[in-house]
Design a protein around this ligand. Structure first.
Ligand code: P53
Length: 477
């Protein structure tokens, strides 16, 4: 398929997170992160969060794909793909193993220096997320995670050290990955991975979520301000999980329900971009009698640290429906989503919706008027190795359909997009389930859910396809 191309400097690449691929969980002075205490789950089987690391449990992130020892080989493969950029995170626990130290761990800092040098040598620009579901577990145990205001300062120490150390190697930064996942506060997964929150029985989960998210939004804004002081050339963005929520029908109450659901999922973006809470969140807190600690200084900090761009992930769309009696259109993500009859879903129930991607790009650009950066998109599937290779035509189809819609959003709708990094260009541990078998890569990694395998890397069919997409700057899909 031939389509109109992309701007010359469009940032094609791939994206991962440290905890999902580095492994070496206790090497080089690294401390235990929240990802290190999560067992493996499956679709419909939540990952268990254990009290510290317990012998005999399979923790898939401990070894992951051992990128820590394979990074040269892997970056060489990314260079073959033609990547212009590589998005990863800096594991907070490599730099501050417990999180509240005053001095960073030099060995951890050196690892990222070496890894970034390798990228730059191969002509690949590192794009960095500071906090991607991997905060120090010690901060959870000692301080209760981001329910504690002190975590703002701990995060700031971490951000400052990273900004100063890598100021000549990294230009594009993001603060908190998918900060809005925690909208789903009734499950244990999102509050723990986003904010290091473990709930006690009987606590008001939603109120605690809003409080933790507020401290993160303040920490993010302060980091944006500080980053610009350290290097005015920095571009620092937020990172939202964009799952647009459609009304199930054109019934007016369904439309209001969808509007309310979008408010709950995306107010985070408004705070990051506009530096203040939208009215609907303040009135919601009042109606619910939530007492959120927001100080005058916080409000000033939010105003002074607006982001430069909006990074976001896009995998799927949602739909919701009004139910009798829900007069305030209150939204619970666990129980109020409905299946969209017009689209298919993956084996993990993720609804495949390329047009929804174009809609998302429009929605975000209409609301925020900032450059957008698509920092995650891709298709998780069970791959079969036949004669030493994987025919992942389904993955090529998914990505082609999505990239085409992105191109239309740019050429027909005038949306400003900086780049596109595919999720998991090399197979990694799934964040949601901890499985290896939910694969996204162009590069296959020989490892199964039980942890067996040689860790050998090999190219799938999609490898040459994506390489060609980048080579032709998106003209040939
Ligand atoms: P996995 C939920 C909804 C949308 C994106 O996810 C999500 C999640 C959490 O699972 O996570 C992002 O591995 C996240 C990545 C993650 C990727 O999407 O569950 O930023 O860390 O791996 C894909 O298939």
């Amino acid at each position: 398929m031939t389509i109109k191309g992309f701007p010359e400097d469009f940032l094609w690449g791939g994206a991962v997170a440290a905890h999902q691929m580095e492994g070496a969980w206790n090497i080089g002075g690294k401390g235990i992160s929240v990802a290190d205490v999560m067992s493996a789950g499956a679709h419909g089987v939540p990952r268990e969060i254990t009290d510290g690391v317990i012998d005999g449990i399979n923790y898939p992130n401990h070894e992951a794909i051992d990128f820590y020892h394979h990074y040269k080989e892997d970056i060489e493969l990314f260079a073959q793909l033609g990547f212009k950029c590589f998005r990863t995170s800096i594991a907070w626990t490599r730099i501050f193993p417990k999180g509240d130290e005053s001095e960073p761990n030099e060995e951890g800092l050196q690892f990222y220096d070496d890894m970034f040098d390798e990228c730059i040598k191969q002509g690949i620009e590192p794009v960095i997320t500071l906090s991607h579901f991997e905060m120090p577990y010690y901060l959870v145990e000692k301080y209760g995670g981001f329910r504690n205001r002190k975590c703002i300062d701990f995060f700031m120490n971490f951000a400052e050290v990273c900004f100063k150390r890598y100021k000549h190697k990294v230009k594009y930064w993001m603060t908190f990955n998918e900060i809005n996942n925690q909208t789903n506060f009734t499950t244990d997964f999102a509050p723990f991975t986003n904010s290091g929150i473990k709930y006690e029985d009987g606590e008001n989960r939603e109120e605690i979520m809003y409080q933790a998210a507020h401290y993160e939004l303040v920490a993010s804004a302060k980091a944006v301000k500080l980053g610009h002081e350290i290097n005015p050339e920095f571009k620092i963005g937020c990172m939202l999980a964009m799952c647009p929520i459609y009304p199930y029908s054109c019934k007016p109450e369904d439309m209001m329900m969808a509007t309310s659901a979008m408010h709950k999922r995306l107010y985070f973006g408004d705070v990051h971009v506009h530096g203040e809470y939208p009215g609907y969140i303040k009135t919601y807190w009042q109606r619910k009698n939530f007492n959120i600690d927001v100080t005058k200084e916080d409000e000033e900090a939010l105003k002074e640290g607006c982001v430069d761009y909006v990074g976001f992930s896009y995998y799927m769309s949602f739909a919701t429906q009004y139910t009798e009696g829900n007069e305030h259109y209150d939204y619970d993500e666990e129980t109020m989503l409905v299946r969209n009859p017009y689209i298919e879903a993956s084996k993990w129930g993720w609804q495949i919706d390329p047009v929804g991607f174009r809609y998302s790009l429009n929605w975000l650009y209409d609301h925020y008027r900032l450059p957008l950066f698509v920092v995650e998109n891709g298709y998780g599937e069970i791959d079969q190795v036949v004669d030493g290779t994987v025919d992942d035509t389904y993955r090529i189809d998914y990505m082609r359909d999505h990239i085409k819609e992105m191109q239309l959003a740019m050429s027909e709708d005038g949306v400003d997009v900086l780049g596109y990094t595919s999720w998991g260009p090399i197979d990694i541990v799934s964040a949601g389930t901890g499985e290896m078998k939910k694969r996204y890569g162009f590069i296959y990694v020989d490892k199964d859910d039980e942890g067996n395998g040689s860790l050998e890397r090999s190219k799938k069919k999609s490898f040459d396809w994506f390489k060609r997409v980048i080579e032709t700057n998106g003209k040939e899909l």
